[in-house]
Ligand binder design. Structure first.
Ligand SMILES: Cc1cc2nc3c(=O)[nH]c(=O)nc-3n(C[C@H](O)[C@H](O)[C@H](O)COP(=O)(O)OP(=O)(O)OC[C@H]3O[C@@H](n4cnc5c(N)ncnc54)[C@H](O)[C@@H]3O)c2cc1C
Length: 436
């Protein structure tokens, strides 16, 4: 898919070929700009990565897609390549039972003794009166559901696992972005909705990538970019970014330098700062994602294809049964298990050992569980420890003054939960530039 780049002058250079970079390059090329799209991966798609192991295909980073996504607005031909799927999302509760994700009032509240329910209600009233939801992620959650329910429902252990940090050290703005559903579900209308539905059996219609992996999708995207005249260079080793005297920007690559009037970056913010020779604030930390890939025959101890860990034991955060969407391989089901990590990860053996022990304790799998492989994804999540979003805003402004517009999930140090959000932000950024 790599195109050899013999030209060195472009109207625009886009760094990073994930959803943000692809939508940006496409929109610019569509408006007649000569565009160069650079990525250090060998394939397009960014976090949309799948691994094929012995005929089983596992996902890393992005599993589910919705047809109203802004990404499909630009690449409508792709939708036909995705497979319709139904997800059934459940959680392991702190008491070890399985019920609907994220809240299931029947199990999380109504099944409790009335004295406990009264305690939860009084804790909620106290929290609403005394807690400042802007102080930290823990305070945001506590304000909306009360301290007692945050523990009973398993939200606190889940938050700790999700951030790989104590929730009282995490910015409230992050919780608002990542867990806006807590606030939405914790008002009266949300509670009534939750009582009417049966979350433990509820399915959601969406799409998953083709069984053969993301390659089929992104080779089509490459073709569409080429048709618009954009040049794509993969496995591109950027060395530095500099201003040139005439107001344009230069990107030094291992293979030579390329120049453009405008430079858009969707690569990690810290990486772009380094390329421009700027200091990287210590607050800009990212969590990595470790994925373990398992195959299995036997009895699954839960009815669902996505299972979140809201229990206070076990390092794993979520598991997803890919074989529920693509079919079993040689009589074996297969799934991936995710762990978030800040700093040095443990060894794969250690994650495997922890998962097996925890799954056995929770009765999740009775049968033959085989570890088929593992993957580590850097920069999976921006970590909003206190002070991080202000440091990120300052860094993005510094880059803009230098001549680099930085945005996207990594470039904007912005927890963008879906490709729809990433595509919409890219669309706004490019439209803003084109109309300026
Ligand atoms: C664990 C996880 C699960 C998710 N699940 C879903 C889901 O189910 N559904 C959904 O819609 N969204 C999901 N998302 C969100 C979705 O993946 C993102 O919104 C979207 O992929 C972000 O696109 P992006 O282009 O901004 O960033 P990325 O996809 O991260 O792209 C950044 C690009 O920059 C490149 N790059 C990095 N460094 C350099 C460098 N030095 N030089 C050149 N290029 C570089 C990378 O190779 C990459 O291609 C999930 C994300 C994660 C992490």
């Amino acid at each position: 898919m790599q195109q050899y780049c013999s030209d060195t002058r472009f109207d625009a250079i886009v760094l990073g070929a994930g959803i943000s970079g692809l939508v940006s390059a496409y929109l610019l090329a569509d408006r007649g700009r000569r565009v160069l799209l650079l990525d250090d991966y060998a394939e397009l798609g960014g976090n949309h990565i799948s691994r094929d192991i012995g005929g089983m295909s596992f996902d890393i980073g992005c599993f589910f897609f919705h047809e109203n996504s802004a990404f499909f607005r630009h690449f409508p031909q792709l939708l036909g390549l995705y497979l319709p799927a139904e997800t059934r999302v459940v959680k392991v509760r702190p008491d070890g039972g399985i019920s609907g994700y994220p809240f299931d009032l029947r199990h999380d509240l109504l099944s409790l003794p009335s004295a406990k329910q009264a305690h939860i209600l009084s804790s909620l009233i106290r929290s609403r009166l005394t807690v400042d939801q802007r102080a930290s992620a823990l305070d945001f959650i506590t304000y909306w559901v009360g301290r007692e329910f945050a523990n009973v429902s398993g939200l606190v252990p889940y938050l700790r696992r999700f951030y790989s940090a104590e929730p009282n050290q995490v910015e409230s703005s992050f919780a608002r972005k990542r867990m806006g559903w807590v606030a939405r579900n914790a008002n009266l209308a949300g509670l009534l909705r939750s009582l009417r539905r049966r979350p433990e059996t509820e399915t959601n219609a969406c799409f998953v990538r083709p069984k053969a992996g993301f390659r089929e999708i992104y080779s089509k995207v490459a073709e569409m970019l080429r048709e618009k005249g954009a040049v794509v260079q993969l496995a591109a080793a950027v060395q530095a970014i500099a201003q040139t005297g005439d107001g344009s920007m230069t990107v030094a690559l291992a293979s030579g330098s390329v120049h453009a009037a405008e430079l858009f970056s969707t690569v990690p913010l810290a990486t772009a700062l380094r390329y421009c020779g700027m200091p990287v604030p210590a607050e800009l930390k990212s969590a990595s994602l470790v994925s373990l890939f398992y195959s299995f025959t036997g009895n699954r101890g839960f009815d669902g294809n996505v299972l979140y860990n809201f229990h206070d034991r076990g390092l794993w955060k979520r598991l997803t049964f890919h074989s529920d969407f693509y079919g079993e391989t040689a009589g074996r089901a297969y799934f991936s298990v995710e762990f978030t990590v800040i700093g040095e990860p443990l060894t794969i053996d250690r994650y495997d050992e922890d998962f097996r022990k925890d799954a056995a304790g929770k009765g999740l799998f009775a049968g033959d569980l085989v570890l088929e492989g593992a993957n580590m994804l850097d920069h999976a999540y921006p970590v909003y420890l206190k002070g991080a979003s202000a440091a990120a805003d300052r860094a993005i402004e510094d880059l803009a003054r230098f001549g680099v517009r930085s945005y996207g999930r990594q470039g904007g140090f912005d927890y963008q939960p879906t490709g729809d959000v990433s595509a919409s932000v890219a669309e706004r950024t490019i439209r803003g530039t084109l109309s300026a």
